[in-house]
Ligand binder design. Structure first.
Ligand code: HEM
Length: 115
């Protein structure tokens, strides 16, 4: 399950960046397709992560950091959507990119160094 989770978020991040740059390049169709596949990968991330979360809930000592990890994971997904939504509207995306990187660093730190 961990492998499926890591593969899902790695592909999602690549799709997110490709989708963003396709939008910036004015390739509306390519952006639409990649952003739809990206949403499918959000489902994979949440299902694989959610299943591991339920398994781990059976009384582990690092439960608090696991909760923070799950919230940070949801925050990464939220910030990817916010970057794309704001960019589509033509609004400033600097703040959203900063949020994306902070949440991503947090989740990678929690995933690889704490849990
Ligand atoms: C884009 C968003 C996400 C990223 C980048 C991410 C990243 C990671 C990383 C780096 C790990 C550790 C992998 C390893 O030990 O080899 C991990 C594990 C895990 N993730 Fe996520 N995750 C994300 C979203 C989520 C979501 C939404 C959930 C819950 C619904 C979730 C639940 C979990 C759980 C339960 C683990 C296992 C913890 C452990 O045993 O180390 N993740 N994730």
């Amino acid at each position: 399950m961990l492998h499926a989770h890591v593969t899902s978020w790695a592909i999602a991040i690549i799709l997110f960046i490709v989708s963003y740059f396709l939008m910036k390049a004015g390739k509306a169709k390519g952006h639409k397709i990649t952003s739809m596949i990206l949403r499918l990968f959000y489902v994979f991330i949440i299902v694989t992560g959610g299943m591991m979360f339920i398994q781990y809930l059976s009384g582990d000592y690092y439960a608090i950091s696991l909760f923070v990890k799950v919230l940070a994971g949801i925050w990464v997904i939220g910030s990817m959507e916010m970057v794309l939504a704001k960019a589509k509207k033509g609004a400033s995306v600097t703040g959203m990119w900063i949020m994306f990187f902070i949440s991503l660093i947090l989740v990678l730190y929690l995933g690889y160094s704490v849990l």
